[in-house]
Unconditional design. Sequence first.
Length: 195
Amino acid sequence: MFRRVAQPHPGQTLLEIGCGTGHNLEFFRELGLSVAGIDASEPMCQIAAGKLGPECRILRGDAGKLSFPDESFDIVVLITVLEFCSDPAAVVREAGRLARDKIYIGFLNRASLLGTIRRIEGKFRPTIYRQSRFYTLPEIRDLIEREIGPVTVDWDSILFFPLGWHRYCRHVDRRLSFRHTPGGGFVGVCATKSH
């Protein structure tokens, strides 16, 4: 979905805010992108640095206040980060400041079957979803436009059915994800800046 929506080109620079253990950065690097990552957790940064090696810059930092100059990266990525931020507006504003071209936000969709299940699970079991905030596509679009300004927005979604059903429904899920169907459990939004 990232390739389809963000349309990255080999050689572009990418910063992932909230890179965790570097799993997504490995994928982005396989696409030919020059990658860097930021995370608030020092242990996560150490794991990511070990995976990606010295040619990839991994730094510990606050997602809402980073030390890079304006427009330091072609693409800035946030994947399931806003759900856990105390100030999501500051994080989106910072992503907009750092991006030369595109900001890609992947988020858990409140308006989906999977999102509903995750929220219910969080009420009855100790899960990470207890402390998360799920968003809808209109909320993310509003947040982007309010914090970054005029942009062109493209989006898509995946995971329309509970994950336990995936092996039975993956073909239907794949077809739905090519049709701008807003009910997917995970939504990817790409905001392209006006030049």
